[in-house]
Design a protein around this ligand. Structure first.
Ligand code: AMP
Length: 145
């Protein structure tokens, strides 16, 4: 399976935020779209960073007062790992597991943002594929008896 097999079915549009916006804006967007991470971009194409609910919670644990006023650029992760639609699903899951993050933006051949998938999307697609395989093997086993 490839990333495109999952990106197609989840059909997720990419929510972005500008670096100069605040954590209050991020919290609103996370809630409004029921998502866990937002790509930071000026133009919805180039990726400047990523900010996830974990970044917000970590900052809250350090300093409750003022977290909502912090700028996205002061909290985002700048070194964003990305994948492409043709990338192998399991290799992508491995990168996410090793890096301990649950979201990975998808970029095209020009390195422009074209989607995002979560570890949950990937695990769910892999499980579905395994279940389909299992059903097929069981049916074959019955047929050969
Ligand atoms: P998450 O598990 O996605 O909530 O993210 C956990 C941490 O990894 C946070 O500090 C995020 O900013 C960061 N992060 C999320 N996605 C990525 C990614 N694709 N590349 C690098 N860091 C990421």
């Amino acid at each position: 399976m490839r990333v495109k097999d999952v990106a197609g079915s989840s059909g997720r549009t990419v929510v972005t935020v500008e670096p100069s916006e605040t954590i209050a804006d991020v919290v609103d967007l996370l809630k409004e779209h029921s998502i866990g991470a937002i790509v930071v971009s000026h133009d919805n194409k180039s990726i400047l960073g990523i900010i996830s609910e974990r970044d917000v919670v970590r900052h809250l644990a350090r300093e409750q007062e003022g977290t909502l006023r912090v700028k996205v650029e002061d909290l985002m992760t700048r070194n964003v790992l990305t994948c492409q639609l043709d990338d192998d699903l399991e290799a992508t899951m491995r990168i996410m597991t090793d890096g301990r993050f649950r979201h990975i933006p998808i970029v095209d051949s020009n390195s422009e943002l074209c989607g995002i998938v979560s570890l949950g999307d990937l695990v769910s697609a892999r499980l579905q594929a395994l279940e389909a395989q299992n059903t097929e093997l069981t049916a074959k086993g019955r047929h050969n008896r």
